[in-house]
Design a protein around this ligand. Structure first.
Ligand SMILES: Nc1ncnc2c1ncn2[C@@H]1O[C@H](COP(=O)(O)OP(=O)(O)OP(=O)(O)O)[C@@H](O)[C@H]1O
Length: 246
């Protein structure tokens, strides 16, 4: 569904992403991992059209979408969520979700009906009339997901939807993401919560200093010396193998 080939992005002298490629098959959940500053969000910004790659191509459902604007990409069925969730605080939860629904439903009643349906699917039925500003972090994360789904997108790029959540909230959102996939969506997610990655993703890609250093099922990746070293530092894999501390 999504083919990313050799994308790169530099900011001044810093090569944030270097020649990175990845594939997301339709119906799958794929994770993009890497230590802080590895270039994960920059990859998302290039894929979703917020930044133009210096090199490389992004192909979505067979169409080259490299360099298109975010709204053009969204209209084709791909949307990203943001790490820092910023709902329209003065609007209700339902009105916030309807903002997404207006992309394909120009009639207010239709957009509102879709917003209510999506809100209920995500367990927000009891809070649709509340102001978005009153939501907890977990509620805001759900709202971000609901707003994205209401656009009718088929591929969701989720940027750290579990950051800042307590373990029981992580379990709930893992269930919701699985449900979204089972309802016919495809998901690429950036996530630091490994428990969630392990239980959700079939494949994960690992970025380090902007370079894609590995891709495999998450259970294999956590034993990959290159991945261990990226997270824990040079020599960590050998020290772990010798039974010492990383
Ligand atoms: N607009 C920008 N201008 C300059 N440097 C940037 C910009 N955006 C990102 N960077 C730099 O590019 C590198 C990659 O950043 P990016 O946010 O993509 O990493 P990340 O893997 O998403 O990190 P985190 O896990 O901390 O969110 C970092 O060194 C960052 O400081």
């Amino acid at each position: 569904m999504l083919e990313v080939r050799n994308i790169s992005k530099s900011f001044g002298g810093l090569k944030a992403v270097s020649d990175a490629s990845l594939d997301v098959p339709e119906g799958s959940i794929v994770a993009l991992l890497g230590p802080n500053g590895a270039g994960k969000t920059t990859c998302f910004t290039m894929i979703a059209g917020f930044t133009k790659p210096d090199t490389g191509t992004v192909t979505f459902r067979g169409e080259d979408i490299t360099g298109l604007a975010p709204h053009q990409i969204c209209a084709r069925g791909m949307i990203r969520t943001f790490q820092i969730v910023q709902p329209f605080a003065g609007l209700t939860v339902e009105e916030n979700i309807a903002v997404g629904a207006y992309l394909h439903h120009h009639d207010r009643a239709d957009a509102t009906a879709l917003a209510r349906k999506v809100g209920k699917q995500l367990g927000m039925g009891g809070m649709l009339d509340r102001p978005a500003a009153s939501l907890t972090i977990a509620g805001r994360k759900r709202l971000e997901l609901a707003r994205a789904l209401a656009t009718g997108a088929k591929l969701l790029l989720l940027d750290e939807v579990m950051a800042g959540l307590i373990p029981s909230e992580v379990t709930e959102i893992v269930g919701i993401i699985r449900q979204i996939r089972d309802e016919g969506h495809t998901i690429l997610l950036i996530e630091h919560v490994m428990q969630a990655v392990m239980s959700l993703a079939e494949t994960a890609y690992v970025l380090n200093y902007g370079e894609m250093i590995a891709h495999a099922p998450p259970k294999e990746l956590v034993q990959d010396p290159a991945v261990i070293e990226a997270y824990l530092g040079h020599g960590a894999a050998t020290r772990l193998q010798e039974g010492g501390h990383a």
